[in-house]
Write a protein that binds this ligand. Structure first.
Ligand code: GLU
Length: 447
């Protein structure tokens, strides 16, 4: 088999979408599994939709996941060579396209009458936009390598798509297919949105006359909330959003690996090189995957616990300036304490904030004997000779027994008094880190 060449072809219209990360990842793995090439192609021919800086931002995001490309192209640059216009004009010469001067509503460009059969197709015009002359009653078929089945259309249902706009810029229908041929792409992997346009692309490939790559359309990712396609309005969808929320790139990537693909042995945890090694086309799933946040959280927790305390501590520092302001020994102690409990790096402020900020304590949280419990605790802590966990545990437990307190109730009250919440890292460990003076101040304030 020839060398596999895949491409990721985003339009620089904004931040990288989680679905696009998946497309890029699968295209990357498809190529790299067979030591092929992965190409990054910026599809910026729709100049109105450009967002300044989006190309650089997309590249930065891909790099955070180690999805490095072997070749890089920008369509607006390639456009200057005339490659797309030449292809479109050849279509005219060959009778597969025609000029159109219909005006779109509220637009300067020509060629945007989205009608099945364009009124200009038989006018013999010699300027304007260039549109595809779709033949009558012809069956177009391709085999989708993701869905593993043949998909067909009759051209009578296929509209005369615009290939080259009157401003000289190609549409996606022309530019992407010309490039896929010119760049020797062997496999097109793209979003499901493009499936309805595929018959147009099959015709374009046919008229370009140089064969065509395999084509696969990825499934839609469904929202955990609505069960419908993920939507920018309702769901978190941008990769950078997830990173900012405190998900680790390796966790997010591992999660995305399984959104539409599964290995035969159902294993789930992969680094990128392991994934590449395992990746095969048989593993594509038919059903639309659901974006299960719990699963993502599980992966994130898993990868967080694989970090050393030092590595994790560094991430907390980047995330929280309050944490960063704590002295370094204490940072490491706090890190060790919360490591088993956090789901996201951003949980640090919520879970450990009481270390650097005296919490507001809602007295309603306490049990009925809290004053007794806390008074005992103050006395024990005041008299604690060695400031260490073992001694603290021992003395508190002995006191609980002696006074006949309920263990759970006692420590819950202590926890609330020290940390302001029912959900905290282990309270005795926290007390040791906070130090005698601070803990006594907090307790005395309440009793
Ligand atoms: N520029 C298209 C998009 O961003 C790419 C589709 C493709 O991969 O061919 O949706």
């Amino acid at each position: 088999m020839n060398k596999i060449r895949t491409r990721f072809a985003p339009s620089p219209t904004g931040l990288l979408h989680i679905g696009s990360l998946r497309t890029a990842l699968y295209a990357y793995a498809l190529a790299k599994h067979r030591k092929g090439n992965f190409i990054l192609r910026i599809e910026d021919t729709d100049q109105k939709r450009q967002v300044e800086g989006a190309t650089e931002a997309l590249q930065e995001t891909l790099k955070k996941f180690d999805l490095f490309w072997d070749e890089f192209y920008i369509q607006s640059e390639r456009q200057k060579t005339g490659i797309y216009r030449k292809a479109a004009e050849k279509f005219i010469d060959d009778g597969h396209a025609f000029y159109c001067q219909c005006k779109a509503k509220n637009a300067k460009e020509e060629g945007f009458s989205n009608v099945l059969r364009d009124p200009c197709r038989d006018k013999g015009l010699d300027s304007g936009a260039i549109k595809l002359k779709v033949p009558e009653n012809k069956v177009l078929t391709y085999h989708d390598f993701v869905h593993k089945k043949d998909i067909s259309w009759n051209t009578d249902d296929v509209y005369d798509a615009t290939l080259l706009k009157s401003d000289g810029f190609p549409t996606y229908h022309l530019a992407a297919m010309v490039d896929d041929i010119d760049m020797d792409i062997t496999h097109i992997l793209r979003g499901h949105d493009w499936l309805p346009s595929t018959p147009v692309h099959l015709l374009v490939f046919e008229y370009l006359g140089k064969g065509r790559p395999e084509i696969g359309h990825l499934t839609d990712i469904l929202s955990p909330v609505t069960g419908k396609k993920l939507s920018k309005r309702r769901d978190s969808v941008f990769v950078e959003q997830f990173l900012q929320e405190g998900y680790l790139p390796e966790a997010l990537l591992n999660f995305v690996m399984l959104l539409g693909w599964a290995p035969k042995d159902n294993s789930e945890v992969f680094t990128l090189p392991e994934f590449v090694k395992k990746f095969d086309m048989e593993g594509f799933q038919e059903a639309n995957p659901k974006f299960l946040t719990d699963k993502l959280d599980w992966f994130n927790g898993f990868y967080i616990r694989k970090l050393t305390d030092e590595e994790l501590c560094k991430k907390f520092r980047l995330f929280s300036s309050d944490f960063e302001a704590v002295d370094e020994d204490r940072q490491i102690q706090i890190t060790g304490l919360v490591k088993d409990r956090i789901k996201k790096i951003s949980d640090i402020d919520g879970l450990a904030g009481f270390f650097w900020k005296t919490p507001k304590v809602d007295e309603k949280l306490f049990g009925e004997n809290y004053k007794k419990h806390l008074t005992s605790a103050v006395r024990i802590i005041e008299n604690l000779e060695d400031w260490n966990l073992e001694k603290l545990n021992g003395d508190l437990t002995a006191n609980i027994k002696e006074k006949g307190y309920k263990v759970g109730d006692f420590f819950m009250d202590l926890r609330i008094a020290v940390a302001g919440s029912k959900f905290t890292p282990p309270v005795n460990d926290s007390i040791i880190i906070l130090g005698k003076k601070e803990v006594l101040t907090r307790l005395r304030r309440i009793v």
